[in-house]
Design a protein around this ligand. Structure first.
Ligand code: GDP
Length: 455
């Protein structure tokens, strides 16, 4: 595909650093590079072959701006599939922006967010799931999430979806031929064979959907609230998990009045943690706002770390916390394990996951990580297998599964094969929207708008 415009953007973070990279892509990428870059050697920029580099100076008009290295990629052998020139200059906010300005003065236009990857997609270099994997990889916060993104980039998800769609397409093509050409001797496809195929595809898709929440906990993180009555050690736990003193720790009840937030890694998951005001009865107006807020946070959280104090007796405030955790994905964290126990542990029977810790000296953190992984189901997720990466992909699978269920029940109720085909065609559509083969412009634009500029 030929694009009329040549785009440019800074591809490295705009901050002080060793080098900064400015990327140019489009029909005129090499020509524009030749206007601003003068190689030190004899070869001109226009003479440079793909996958070669040259050392030289960057100019804006007559003014030398920086010493740099130019890399040339010739279409279609580049990230975008177009001609690409990359200038690696000295890092730093000013120099990099100055080089970009020279490139724009020479005729390039600023790239929109994700435009390089969008062009790669439009040129058939990658499908939508892989493009989204690029985004996940950039924002990965740890080994597991980066691993999951790499698996998607290598095509695990698209292979699975394409195989599922292919099974349905083959069956549909056969059905269509049979319906459209009744005179030709096309053998009638057996309902049993269709049922087996549809059920197999449905179970693959359901497998992906079932792993979605756990996968998301690994790739995107989980909204988590630390709840408990005052003084049980919520702030201490938060500080321990965050690795430094973040919340105010005192033994005056009700010290944490606002919500303190942080993103931490615990085991294989990323937790977006909020330490809330202690849940308690209070006449103090300011404190009451904090308590109400904490209750709201618990209700909305995807995971609750409900903290109890082993050294004090169970009371009505603990009971309020217990009540709040009903029907929630929660871990009971029994803190102050280093002190004399006074807490009646039988009240925690409803919790599937209970851990004993001493937040003050970090004892029990590993057990806490295990309990969290098990509560979220992330301990059974294989990040080297196909995982759905985002809501868009989940919705496509959800709709495809729904259509397949319809097709299966139509078959089981002996409805006409036309009725079955309508449902399977919709399922195929959803799967091809997922990979991008049939995605509308609106979907494609939405996917790439979430990228950063320069990727
Ligand atoms: P919050 O009100 O629930 O946030 O509780 P804090 O984190 O402010 O802790 C209340 C008090 O309990 C502080 O004096 C902490 O030092 C103390 N504390 C917290 N965790 C532990 C623990 O594991 N063992 C002991 N002995 N004291 C703790």
């Amino acid at each position: 595909m030929k694009n009329s415009t040549t785009i440019a953007a800074i591809s490295t973070p705009v901050a002080a650093g060793g080098i900064g990279v400015i990327r140019i892509s489009g029909d005129e990428a090499v020509e524009i590079a030749s206007k601003i870059f003068v190689p030190s050697g004899k070869k001109t920029v226009a003479e440079m072959k793909g996958y070669t580099a040259a050392h030289g100076m960057v100019y804006d008009g007559d003014k030398a701006i920086d010493e740099a290295v130019l890399l040339v990629f010739r279409a279609p052998h580049s990230y975008t599939g177009e001609d690409v020139a990359e200038i690696s200059c000295h890092g730093g906010v000013y120099v990099v922006s100055r080089v970009l300005r020279a490139i724009l003065n020479a005729g390039a236009v600023p790239a929109a967010p994700g435009e390089f990857t969008k062009r790669a997609f439009l040129n058939g270099k990658l499908d939508l799931t892989k493009a989204e994997a690029v985004m996940s990889l950039i924002s990965a916060q740890g080994e597991q999430s980066a691993g999951a993104a790499m698996t998607a980039l290598e095509g695990a998800l698209s292979k699975k979806i394409i195989a599922a769609a292919q099974t349905l397409i083959t069956d549909s093509a056969y059905l269509a031929a049979w319906v459209d050409y009744p005179d030709d001797e096309i053998e009638e496809i057996s309902t049993d064979k269709l049922l087996v195929d549809y059920k197999n595809v449905l179970s693959e898709i359901e497998g992906l959907l079932n792993n979605y929440d756990a996968g998301k906990a690994i790739t995107e993180g989980v909204d988590t609230v630390i709840a408990g009555k005052p003084n049980v050690g919520k702030s201490t736990l938060m500080n321990y998990l965050a690795g430094f003193r973040r919340s105010i720790v005192t033994d005056i009840a009700g010290t944490t009045r606002d919500v303190v937030e942080d993103t931490v890694r615990l085991g294989n998951v990323v937790l977006h943690l909020a330490d809330t005001a202690g849940i308690r009865e209070t006449g103090n107006e300011v404190e009451k706002i904090g308590v109400d807020f904490a209750v709201g946070r618990v209700e909305r959280a995807a995971l609750v770390l409900a903290v109890f104090d082993l050294s004090r007796e169970f009371d009505s405030e603990d009971r309020a916390v217990l009540e709040l955790c009903k029907d929630k994905c929660a871990v009971a964290v029994v803190n102050k394990d280093d002190l004399e126990p006074k807490f009646d542990l039988s009240v925690l029977d409803n919790f599937k996951h209970i851990v004993y810790i001493s937040a003050k000296d970090g004892k029990g953190a590993e057990k806490l990580a295990e309990a969290v992984e098990s509560a979220l189901g992330t301990n059974s997720v294989d990040t080297s297998a196909a995982l759905l990466a985002n809501e868009r992909q989940r919705l496509c699978c959800e709709k495809a599964a729904e259509c397949l269920r319809e097709a299966i029940s139509a078959l089981e109720m002996n409805m006409t094969l036309d009725a079955v085909t309508v449902s399977t065609d919709s399922a195929i559509n959803e799967l091809l929207t997922l990979t991008g083969e049939k995605a509308t412009d609106a979907v494609i634009n939405e996917v790439f708008s979430r990228f950063c500029v320069g990727k």
